[in-house]
Design a protein around this ligand. Structure first.
Ligand code: UDX
Length: 448
């Protein structure tokens, strides 16, 4: 263990952010760096599985009572006030510790305060981006997009103010908030994210959980306006950094159910850890899936479908042809690796996109919000590893796109070629591994 270097890793306290930052922390531990991983007290109580060995875990209050629903804006508000005050106090004590003081912070760029506070205290801080580089670039360009009126709404017009994407990025593919309106330019969620991206792009370095082979042009554009950029992903594909404790209990029973199916005969469906859909949207997905005739495994988190109890959802799936299986939370990486799964109907969250890409699995994307609109455009129009349903939620479209993704040799070939390249990227001499080594050297130099 390198006693002179002690990194505090602090993710935005949501599943899709904890996972990649925990994989990053584990990769640091693997090369002998001392790491403290910071959760909120609420999450630390919920985390079902043990963390990887060698990590010190600490927690701060997020300022909300346990039963609070923690919707984005209320949660952000509380983290920026109560959370940030607790973080400042903790950081001060960690920096002044007589034994192995913290020498460097890697914090999630979703929380500008998590980078600005250490900088105020004279501790180097790096920003970790859990989104794709392409969506990060779209967020960086948001002020200009708003100024020129190229704001997110449901139009097919091409956007000219995101460099490198002028030929294929439409307004429909721009980051979107929860409340898509015809104007769409004042969405508080998107503006909040854009502001955070603008502020954290000033950190002394940006770390992306992506591979240069996937996003070289976007990374180059981001790098041209910032201090240093490291593309070290997909982190979960590094064999020694596969940790991801879940905030929900994983239902492993679905693996035996998958064992009973033919190769590539099952559609896996998950919309990630944050999306909440209406009952009408649930019904469109269910009808479309049932019409394909394929068996499907659907991860339906409690509370994911507005106003509908889990029992009613299971009943509806059971009544729709008898080929569906519901779990509240799936062991997703194992599911995507299973020979019976033929495609993934996903919201195109960046972790799900990377997990799919590493397995060479065709995707059908129904992006929900924030970065997912941009990710899904890349899947459908740039990488061609899947199909992008975009903002359309109709049973006929679900049926058609799932059928096509299950049957298309072109899509499967593109997905498998990408998987092969990503395996090379994370191999010992690959570009992501070299970038990780460069990053560890950078952190060591900052820490002296
Ligand atoms: C959002 C953003 O869209 C994403 O880009 C950002 O980086 C994090 O927040 P989220 O809804 O959390 O996304 O989705 P995603 O990024 O795909 O992360 C979900 C994680 O939960 C994945 O690692 C996935 O494997 C895991 N998961 C999901 C399970 O393990 N089981 C499930 O049933 C569903």
């Amino acid at each position: 263990m390198d006693a002179a270097v002690h990194v505090l890793v602090f993710p935005w306290p949501r599943q899709g952010h904890i996972n990649p930052m925990l994989q990053f922390a584990t990769a640091l531990v693997d090369v002998g760096v001392q790491v403290t991983f910071l959760h909120t007290e609420h999450n630390l109580r919920r985390l079902a599985q043990a963390h990887p060995p060698g990590l010190r875990l600490l927690s701060i209050p997020d300022g909300l009572p346990d039963e609070h629903p923690r919707g984005f804006l209320a949660f952000m508000e509380s983290m920026c006030t109560a959370g940030s005050a607790a973080y400042r106090a903790l950081l001060l004590s960690l920096v002044c510790a007589a034994d192995a003081p913290v020498t460097c912070v890697v914090a999630d760029g979703t929380m500008p305060f998590a980078i600005e506070i250490p900088e105020e205290l004279g501790i180097p801080a790096l920003s970790f981006v859990t989104h794709s580089a392409c969506s990060y670039l779209a967020f960086l360009c948001m002020p200009k997009l708003v100024e020129l009126g190229e704001t997110p709404f449901t139009a097919d017009d091409l956007v000219s103010s995101v460099p490198g994407m002028e030929r294929f990025l439409r307004r429909r593919d721009l980051p979107r908030g929860l409340y898509c309106t015809e104007q769409g330019d004042g969405d508080p969620l998107v503006l909040k994210f854009a502001e955070a991206v603008g502020r954290t792009s000033k950190a002394c370095a940006l770390i992306f959980n992506t591979a240069a082979s996937m996003e070289r042009p976007a990374l180059a554009h981001v790098a041209s306006g910032t201090s240093d950029v490291f593309a070290i992903g997909p982190l979960h594909a590094r064999s020694s950094s596969a940790a991801s404790p879940s905030l929900w209990r994983e239902d492993d029973g679905c693996m035996a159910w998958l064992d009973g199916h033919e190769d590539r005969s099952v559609v896996y469906v998950s919309l990630g850890s944050l999306a909440v859909i209406t009952h009408a949207q649930f019904t469109e997905f269910l009808s479309g899936l049932a019409a394909t005739g394929y068996a499907f495994l659907w991860a339906l988190r409690p509370g994911m479908v507005q106003t509908t109890s889990p029992a009613l959802l299971r009943e509806a799936v059971g009544a729709a042809g008898g080929k569906g299986r519901v779990v509240e939370w799936a062991p997703q990486r194992d599911v995507l690796r299973h020979r019976a799964v033929g495609c993934f109907l996903t919201h195109a969250g960046w972790n799900s996109t990377l997990e799919c890409a590493v397995e060479g699995m065709p995707m059908v994307c129904w992006p929900f919000f924030v970065d997912q609109q941009t990710n899904s455009r890349f899947v459908g129009a740039v990488w061609r590893t899947g199909l992008d349903m975009k903002d359309v939620c109709q049973r006929g479209v679900v049926e058609r796109t799932v059928r096509e993704a299950m049957a298309s040799d072109e899509i499967r070939a593109a997905a498998q070629a990408m998987a092969q390249q990503l395996r090379l990227d994370v191999a010992e001499t690959g570009s992501s591994s070299s970038e990780l080594e460069r990053l560890v050297r950078f952190i060591r130099e900052l820490s002296v």
